[in-house]
Ligand binder design. Structure first.
Ligand code: FPP
Length: 228
C-alpha cells in the first residue's frame, strides 16, 4: 500500500456487529460495544495515516425497526463515545460532524452532538462524519424540498450544496464489512463514483491491516469517472 496515494475520503458501513456477538455466544449489544471500540481504533488510524475525511454509518433511518433495547444500546454507546471524545479532544484533534436528522433524538443526545461538533470545529487534521438517523433517500428529499422552498435551480451543484456533506469531497471509497454486498441507503447521492469494497470480515474484526488491504485495492482501481 502506498501511503502517498491515499483516498481523501473513506466511508464505512459498520456491519456485522450482531453476528460477531452471536458467534461468541454474547448478546447482540456486546457486538455493538465491540463495534464502537473498533470505530475508535479505525478513526484514530485514519487520522494517523493522513486520511482527510472518514464517514461512518452508525444508525440509519431504518434502524428504528430494531427491538427497543437494541436501539437504546446504540444510542447509549453514542452518548458514551461522545463524552469520551470530548475528554480526548485536545489529544485527538479530530473535527466531528453529524449527518442525519438529529431532531428526533433525545434532547440530551442532541445537545451532546451539538457540543461535540462545536468544540471539535477548531480542528483541521481529519474530519470524522458520524451518520445518525441518516438515510440517503431522506437526505435527497430534504435537499429537494429546500431548493423548492428557496426557489433555487435544481442543478447538481445546488443539490450537493444542500446535502449534509456540503463542502466536502464525495467518498473515494465505500467499505462494507460483514459480507453483504449492498449500499443500504448510505450516501446515495455522494456514492455516484465511489469505489466499492466488500469483505466478509465482521466490523468488530475489521483491523488496521484490513483497512490497509482495502486501500491497497483502491489504489489498483482504474477510476475513469465516465471517461476513457
Ligand atoms: C450494523 O451491524 C451496525 C449497526 C446498525 C450499528 C452500528 C453502531 C455502532 C458501531 C456503535 C455506535 C457508533 C459509534 C460511532 C460510537 P448489525 O447489527 O446489522 O450486525 P448483523 O448484520 O451481524 O446483525
Amino acid at each position: 500500500m502506498d501511503f502517498n496515494n491515499l483516498p481523501r475520503h473513506i466511508a464505512i458501513i459498520m456491519d456485522g456487529n450482531g453476528r460477531w456477538a452471536k458467534r461468541r455466544g454474547l448478546p447482540r449489544t456486546s457486538g455493538h460495544s465491540a463495534g464502537a471500540e473498533n470505530f475508535r481504533t479505525i478513526a484514530t488510524y485514519c487520522k494517523d495515516i493522513g486520511i482527510q475525511y472518514l464517514t461512518v454509518y452508525a444508525f440509519s433511518t431504518e434502524n428504528w425497526r430494531r427491538p427497543p433495547e437494541e436501539v437504546s444500546t446504540i444510542m447509549g454507546l453514542l452518548d458514551k463515545y461522545l463524552h469520551e471524545a470530548i475528554e480526548r479532544m485536545e489529544r485527538d484533534r479530530v473535527k466531528m460532524k453529524f449527518f442525519g436528522d438529529t431532531s428526533v433524538l433525545s434532547p440530551k443526545l442532541r445537545a451532546l452532538i451539538e457540543r461535540t461538533a462545536e468544540i471539535s470545529s477548531q480542528y483541521e487534521g481529519c474530519q470524522v462524519n458520524i451518520c445518525v438517523n441518516y438515510g440517503g433517500r431522506d437526505e435527497i428529499i430534504r435537499a429537494a424540498k429546500r431548493l423548492a422552498e428557496t426557489g433555487v435551480a435544481f442543478s447538481e451543484e445546488n443539490f450537493a450544496g444542500e446535502m449534509y456533506s456540503a463542502g466536502i469531497p464525495d467518498p473515494d471509497m465505500i467499505i462494507r464489512p460483514g459480507g453483504e454486498m449492498r449500499i443500504s441507503n448510505f450516501l446515495l447521492w455522494q456514492a455516484a463514483y465511489s469505489e466499492l469494497y466488500f469483505t466478509d470480515t465482521l466490523w468488530p474484526d475489521f483491523s488496521k491491516d484490513e483497512l490497509n488491504k482495502a486501500i491497497f485495492s483502491f489504489q489498483h482501481r482504474d477510476r475513469r469517472f465516465g471517461g476513457i
